[in-house]
Design a protein around this ligand. Structure first.
Ligand code: UDP
Length: 239
């Protein structure tokens, strides 16, 4: 992993839940504004930024599995939820004066352009934040896998995964008081110990392509710009 001062192009993954703030569902305006302004700070530090946002604040396909909605339909709904989040964050970034564009893995032509590699590279080179929406465009995948995929495709120096906790722990710190945080852990170790960094498909893809992941808490105000400055608490997942 290069030192943070040498990160030129970053991929940030934010879960849909992070946008809920204190609400039980959807998007909290103050949280949307806070996270967006932290992204603006990173852009203003001279980095190219790509963003993958989840959709869990609206729905997760697998949670619908016991209803009449089958997994494929549920996942399609989940992908549409990520488009809604991407549209919201892009609008907020623009309101803060930063250019942003939504590129979707599924065609939603009235709302945004379709993701293409060359289009995304061009937007990023021209200084726009690119929001990669609709995950991978396929059911049975997650936005974590989409984040690793886009980070590898776009040759990002690092994937920054903003979660609810400030790194990767030996056990769930909310349930086990003896859990300790790793400063650094290998992809393979995270995978074989089932540390819950990301789903297995995502970690395996990161491992196979040598993509370093930095896990930090997006809940802590200012944590994102800190991580980019090489400060604050986080876990580095890298071999
Ligand atoms: N999803 C999908 N394919 C993808 C990415 C996402 O089908 O490539 C669907 C899936 O139903 C998932 C939902 O979109 O549950 C929301 O994504 P995710 O659960 O990754 O969001 P997060 O947990 O990060 O908020």
């Amino acid at each position: 992993l290069k030192p943070p001062s040498e990160w030129r192009r970053l991929l940030l993954k934010v879960s849909g839940e992070a946008l809920m703030g204190d609400s039980a569902f959807g998007i909290s305006q103050p949280t949307l504004q806070r996270i967006s302004s932290e992204i603006v700070a990173v852009v203003n530090s001279g980095r190219e930024v790509g963003l993958v946002i989840g959709g869990g604040n609206f729905l997760r396909g697998a949670n619908l599995a016991l209803t009449a909605v089958d997994r494929v339909a549920g996942d399609q709904m989940g992908m549409l939820a990520t488009v809604m989040n991407a549209v919201a964050v892009a609008a907020q970034l623009r309101a803060l004066g930063t250019e942003a564009v939504v590129l979707s893995a599924i065609d939603v032509p009235v709302i945004c352009d379709r993701f293409t590699h060359r289009g995304a590279i061009q937007h990023m080179a021209e200084g726009r934040v690119v929001l990669f929406a609709a995950g991978t465009g396929h059911p049975f995948f997650t936005t974590d896998t989409a984040a690793v995929l886009r980070a590898v495709e776009m040759e990002c120096d690092v994937l920054l995964k903003g979660t609810q906790v400030d790194g990767v722990y030996t056990a769930d710190p909310n349930r086990d008081p003896t859990a300790t945080r790793y400063d650094r852990v290998g992809h393979q170790e995270a995978l074989s110990k089932n540390l819950g960094v990301m789903d297995a498909a995502a970690i395996a893809l990161a491992r196979d392509n040598g993509l370093p992941i930095v896990v930090f808490s997006i809940q802590d105000t200012g944590a994102l710009p800190k991580v980019v400055r090489g400060e604050g608490t986080s876990t580095i997942v890298a071999d």
